[in-house]
Design a protein around this ligand. Structure first.
Ligand code: SF4
Length: 447
């Protein structure tokens, strides 16, 4: 647990950035290992070997909900006290585990060694292990490493660390092209590919690709369009390879999706008439699909606890397309540069917060008594017991929410808990949530 620091109101650079409450206290956020839940479904010939403890194994097993007889694309090599006897032994043990794994699963083409927080694991040099294994399995399996440790990463930072680990291995290209960065559900990726094709933008590649051998090349003529706002390290690594990021809001809602696609269209010199012809009808249809959600959400007061780093784009969507009133928009980190096209779209005076001091934030939430609280699993049950209506933020990561066709589904994730509360009656405030299937339709998105 970190020491409490006083709340500081950050002075706004320029006039548009809303005030930010900075907090560095106790956090209630998943660790970066959670990203494996959607990443292992996205890269179909990759395997994630967590080097960790039984806690890590339990987290993954329960979050990903894999049946015991299935052949999952992740596992945990449990390092325990026995391994403290000698680091050489631990490295040998890791080599043995990897050898057994690759013999048993010859279809694996990309192996991630994923670090975690136990002190025994921190002492291991996973970078060196990955380099040695890469040499040994050259031409057969690429071995990368990243950390999903709860000490270093929160929730969606795991995806950032994973994608950043891929960048040094990407081929070089001088060809102009667009790279969409951030994992999206396959169905969403296919829709975007069709929109880019209709706009005449190409070639378009996605990072991560669905297969290890199809990862995109990068170079000085690569334009980056981020699909997720939490990919700071990946973006930095790609920029170091010469690529340029296109500033855009994120593709959530009819407006966000349009502005995101327009940023690419502008960079690739697509004629404004063609942009309007292609995107106009799609935007109108998506906006129409939001109409009945707007009736239900208009004027509702929503409070975001920090969790997925998607909070600011989600808040922008709720405020601008569904007339929601934002009480507080908390996020574990606010990457100012990656959000440069988001915050100017927020309503004036939106209260942002970065980091967390959970008790203080709970106090603010209780005082505000919002209509809906978007928060992590650990806070939802107690808040429901206090009579508040909650939405699990993890669902916003595990559900395909980007793009025109998903705009209404995204809005529905916010209307559903309000309707549930309405049906159960405002008087019956104690509604424990039990047994909600985290393993239910998990789709790779961003997380
Ligand atoms: S990486 Fe750390 S925080 Fe995450 S499950 Fe393992 S022990 Fe827990």
């Amino acid at each position: 647990m970190n020491a409490r620091l006083p709340i500081v109101a950050e002075p706004s650079p320029g006039c548009a950035l809303p005030p930010v409450i900075l907090e560095r206290g106790q956090r209630e956020v998943f660790c970066g290992l959670t990203g494996i839940v959607w990443l292992h479904r996205k890269i179909q010939d990759a395997f994630f070997l967590v080097v960790g403890s039984r806690t890590c194994a339990h987290l993954l097993q329960s979050a990903a909900g894999v049946m015991i007889f299935a052949e999952p694309r992740f596992a945990t090599a449990i390092i325990d006290d026995r391994d403290l006897a000698g680091l050489a032994d631990a490295h040998d043990e890791l080599n043995r585990v990897v050898t057994r794994l690759l013999e048993r699963r010859p279809e694996i083409r990309l192996l991630f060694l994923v670090g975690s927080c136990p002190s025994e694991v921190i002492k291991l040099d996973l970078g060196k292990a990955a380099a040695q294994l890469s040499t040994r399995y050259a031409g057969q399996v690429a071995v990368k490493h990243w950390s999903g440790s709860g000490i270093e990463t929160t929730f969606t930072q795991g995806e950032d660390a994973c994608l950043a680990s891929l960048v040094p291995g990407l081929a070089h290209t001088d060809e102009p092209g667009l790279m969409v960065v951030g994992s999206l559900a396959d169905v969403v990726e296919d829709q975007f590919a069709r929109h880019f094709a209709a706009l005449g933008i190409g070639p378009v590649h996605f990072l991560p690709a669905r297969r290890a051998g199809q990862m995109p090349a990068v170079g000085p003529n690569t334009q980056l369009l981020l699909a997720q706002p939490f990919l700071a390290d990946t973006c930095k690594a790609l920029e170091a390879r010469g690529a340029q990021r296109l500033s855009a809001p994120y593709p959530l809602g009819a407006e966000g999706t349009t502005l995101w696609l327009q940023a690419a269209a502008q960079a690739f010199g697509v004629d404004p008439a063609r942009r309007a012809n292609v995107l106009g009808p799609l935007r109108e249809r998506a906006a129409r699909s939001l109409a009945h959600h707007r009736q239900q959400l208009q004027g509702k007061r929503v409070f975001f606890f920090p969790d997925s780093q998607l909070e600011m784009p989600l808040a922008r969507f709720l405020a601008r397309e569904l007339a929601v009133e934002l009480v507080e928009v908390g996020s574990p980190y606010l990457h100012r540069n990656l959000l440069d096209a988001e915050w100017p779209l927020l309503p004036d005076g939106t209260q942002l917060s970065e980091g967390q001091d959970v008790e203080r934030q709970l106090d603010r939430c209780r005082t505000a008594q919002p209509d809906l609280v978007v928060c992590g699993l650990g806070l939802a049950n107690p808040l429901e017991a206090e009579g508040m209506t909650t939405k699990w933020s993890i669902e916003l990561v595990f559900t395909p929410i980007q793009g025109y066709e998903q705009a209404a589904d995204l809005a529905g994730l916010f209307t559903r808990p309000l309707l549930r509360r309405e049906k159960l009656g405002a008087g019956r405030s104690h509604i424990p949530i039990v047994g909600v299937p985290l393993s239910a339709p998990l789709q790779p998105t961003a997380a």
